[in-house]
Design a protein around this ligand. Structure first.
Ligand code: NAD
Ligand code: TYD
Length: 349
């Protein structure tokens, strides 16, 4: 019997890279992609693999208990790689309840259906929760998040992800459900929805629109190329130890303003603009409420135990990312033609 793996949120940014990697690497698995196709889900992200024999798309909502129970009964998934979530901090500030619903309740519905299906017959089963470093809250100028850093989330987004991490652990302790969790830093790369910093700024630079820098621009993030995150997820899925957490990060901290200047330099070159031209678009705007100062991951556990490290430098990854957006303008166009316009006007009015 082929192993059946349910990947949730596979039509989104990171999920689509994970689905592609699993479908292409493991013909011996049947990969099911469950996604409700919210504004962030886009089946175009998977157009290169969606005809593969070992791939099935299921359109459905993780908060719909009846539906989720029914597909677990029908397909009997051996493992779940759970990425489906509301993922943008700014949206969590304007609409916190939908984050509680999807990220907390949706995760519980999946955990519950997995538990009900296998009823303690846990041999070779796994629930993998893909989480974020934002659950640890904010760092000051120094220090790194390790796997034992206490949870201290500050935004409705990070609070909802922290809560779902806790429920995964609780199902492990209470029902013996085998699990792993990984907490990753900020991702960037192809197919990221242009609400997040890098794709939003790439799109604005192309269109000569203002680059809205929150606050003083001195906030720091640790950036990881999305393909390297997908490779890490594959490793944790296959080699991670039951009940363990793995921090995944790029060893790659940037203050927002320095990152934005690097982006402008690379874009000036690629667009044949003169030095300093895109930089003129930089505009300081009102800060995000509860804005976390700094995230930085100590990824030495996954490095030492599973042999993972990022495969590209930030300059290389950023260059590949810009090239992807320049070569896939119709992908961006189909997004900005839709509801995005309303979102953008409300967020940056
Ligand atoms: P995304 O917003 O691009 O994609 C989320 C996907 O989940 C979309 O395809 C959407 O349609 C789907 N989805 C949302 N609600 C759903 C529901 N109720 N039922 C079924 N599907 C639903 O997100 P992303 O950036 O790819 O993040 C994926 C996961 O990785 C999330 O769990 C996020 O918390 C985590 N994560 C993201 C980052 C990052 O930098 N983007 C970093 C660390 C961890
Ligand atoms: P984002 O990509 O939203 O990721 P996160 O909030 O999960 O880290 O933002 C990355 C950083 O960029 C964060 O410090 C907020 C900042 N930012 C801006 O300055 N302007 C923007 O328009 C956006 C979307 C983000």
């Amino acid at each position: 019997m082929k192993k059946k793996i349910l990947i949730t949120g596979g039509a989104g940014f990171i999920g689509s890279h994970v689905v592609r990697l699993f479908v292409n690497t493991y013909p011996e698995y049947d990969i099911f992609n469950l996604d409700s196709l919210t504004y962030a889900g886009n089946l175009e992200n998977l157009s290169d693999i969606d005809k593969s024999d070992n791939y099935t798309f299921l359109k459905g909502d993780i908060t719909n208990e009846e539906y989720i129970e029914s597909i677990f009964k029908e397909y009997r998934f051996d493992s779940v790689v759970h990425l489906a979530a509301e993922s943008h901090v700014d949206r969590s500030i304007t609409d916190p309840l939908s984050f509680a619903k999807t990220n907390i309740l949706g995760s519980m519905v999946l955990l519950n259906s997995f538990k009900n299906l296998w009823q303690n017959n846990w041999n070779d089963k796994l629930f993998y929760h893909v989480s974020t470093d934002e659950v640890y809250g904010t760092l000051g100028e120094t220090g790194l998040f390790t796997e034992t850093t206490p949870y201290d989330p500050n935004s409705p987004y990070s609070a909802s992800k922290a809560s779902s991490d806790h429920f995964v652990r609780a199902y492990g302790e209470t029902y013996g459900l085998p699990y792993v969790i990984s907490n990753c830093s900020n991702n960037y790369g192809a197919n990221q929805f242009p609400e997040k910093l890098i794709p939003l700024f790439i799109n604005n630079i192309i269109n000569n629109k203002a680059l809205p820098v929150y606050g003083n621009g001195k906030y720091t993030r640790d950036w990881l190329y999305v393909v390297d995150h997908a490779i890490a997820i594959d490793l944790v899925f296959h080699k991670g130890k039951n009940k363990e957490t793995y921090n995944i990060g790029g060893f790659n901290e940037w203050q927002n303003i320095d990152l934005i200047k690097l982006l402008c330099v690379q874009m000036n070159q690629k667009l044949g603009r003169s030095e300093g031209e895109s930089e003129k678009l930089i505009t300081y705007v009102k800060d995000r409420p509860g804005h976390d100062l700094r995230y930085a991951i100590d990824a030495s556990k996954i490095n030492k135990e599973l042999g993972w490290k990022p495969s590209v430098t930030f300059e290389q990854g950023l260059s590949k990312t810009i090239d992807w957006y320049l070569n896939n303008k119709e992908w961006m166009q189909s997004i900005v033609n839709g509801d995005y316009k309303n979102y953008y006007e409300k967020q940056y009015k």
